[in-house]
Design a protein. Structure first.
Length: 376
């Protein structure tokens, strides 16, 4: 029996990771049992005995390779030495803002996080990660990395026979951004899409939902609903709003959509995993990582301000952070909408051939993932 740690609270993407990770594990370890626990809750003393009698703790995907990964993200247990079984990462990713080359160069983990990473390395050797940028961060910090992809890349039913470019674009899934700095930009993007595809219907999918609850404040819910109203108003007869939080059944309609455009990484991955075209706008390093993994156009939703460009010329990380606390170093990109329009028009003109290599990328990574799973 293995203990599996999930990050699935509300965000639909985390549920997709967990669902596909568990099915992937059961496919390759059909005789094993897997018990799922939330990674944001510390193990109790009473749980520890059961955990230490298991074959190991598997962390199921998500952007966990971060400065404060332990105990900031993965609570585990206050005394890590009390955990006696292997701790195994499964396709984790790196998250940083803005997630560019400067971030990669200077990224460091906290002392406690280094303890956890060293423990993982002792258990499995090279650490499973989901994209080349994550691999770079790990290697720059002294940890060998294995690019297995994200568990969500792998559909239980497998890939379609081959990539077939859409004959027509009649239905588009659009995922809005989480960060409010991109909200105005996202409305401009949706308006442009409605002009590029004048006959298409748009399904607006809010992966973190529209309602307040234990994971969403009233202010956050009000902001999301205001954005939903703004987007719907652009073309009420062509735009439908969906709260897709909590349950994968809420995105069943994705299978009927010909294209995804938007900011949510795991909507993007859902489409790519069935060899369907998707255009992702990067909110941070997570998006940049998946685009690098699939060799797709990287479109940033942000840009450096005047102060950001000055900050980037400074070698001292301390001074750059000080500048960032005083002045805005990034803002919403002014050219993203036009850049996205050009990329989509190029894809249309080339019959979406830019997505024809998805099958090879996923198949190659899945072989590596299988070999990794077989080792523990």
């Amino acid at each position: 029996m293995y203990i599996c740690l999930t990050g699935a609270k509300k965000n639909l993407g985390d549920f997709l990771i967990t669902d596909r990770a568990l099915k992937l594990l059961k496919k390759h370890k059909p005789d094993e049992e897997f018990e799922v626990l939330p990674h944001w809750q510390e193990f109790s003393v009473s749980q520890l005995e059961k955990i230490n009698s298991s074959k190991g703790i598997i962390i199921l995907g998500g952007p966990g390779y971060r400065r404060e990964m332990y105990p900031g993200i993965y609570k585990l247990f206050a005394d890590l030495d009390q955990i006696k079984v292997p701790i195994i990462p499964l396709g984790l990713g790196w998250k940083s803002f803005p997630g560019d080359m400067l971030d990669l160069k200077g990224y460091r983990f906290s002392g406690d996080s280094l303890r956890l990473l060293n423990r993982m390395k002792e258990c499995v050797g090279p650490l499973s990660c989901r994209d080349p940028l994550t691999a770079t961060v790990l290697e720059k910090n002294g940890f060998p990395a294995l690019m297995t992809g994200c568990p969500a890349w792998y559909r239980p039913e497998g890939l379609p026979d081959s990539f077939l470019p859409p004959a027509e674009i009649n239905s588009i899934a659009f995922t809005p951004p989480q960060l409010s700095v991109y909200h105005e930009q996202s409305a401009e993007l949706l308006l442009q899409l409605s002009r590029i595809f004048p006959n298409a219907k748009f399904q607006i999918s809010f992966h973190r939902g529209l309602s307040a609850d234990e994971f969403t404040t009233e202010t956050e819910a009000d902001t999301a609903r205001a954005l939903a109203d703004k987007l719907r108003a652009l073309s009420p007869d062509r735009i439908s709003i969906h709260d897709t939080s909590y349950d994968l059944d809420n995105i069943a309609f994705y299978s009927d959509c010909d294209l995804h455009v938007g900011y949510r990484v795991h909507a993007h991955i859902h489409f790519l995993s069935r060899l369907a075209p998707s255009i992702l706008i990067n909110e941070d390093g997570r998006g940049r990582g998946v685009q690098a993994a699939f060799s797709l156009n990287s479109i940033d939703g942000w840009r450096y301000t005047f102060f950001g460009k000055i900050s980037n010329t400074v070698n001292s990380v301390f001074i750059r952070k000080a500048i960032g606390k005083i002045f805005p170093v990034t803002s919403s990109s002014r050219r993203m909408v036009e850049q996205t329009k050009k990329i989509i028009e190029d894809h249309i003109g080339n019959d979406w051939i830019g997505f024809s290599s998805l099958e090879d990328t996923i198949n190659s990574a899945e072989k590596i993932m299988k070999g990794y799973i077989d080792k523990f």
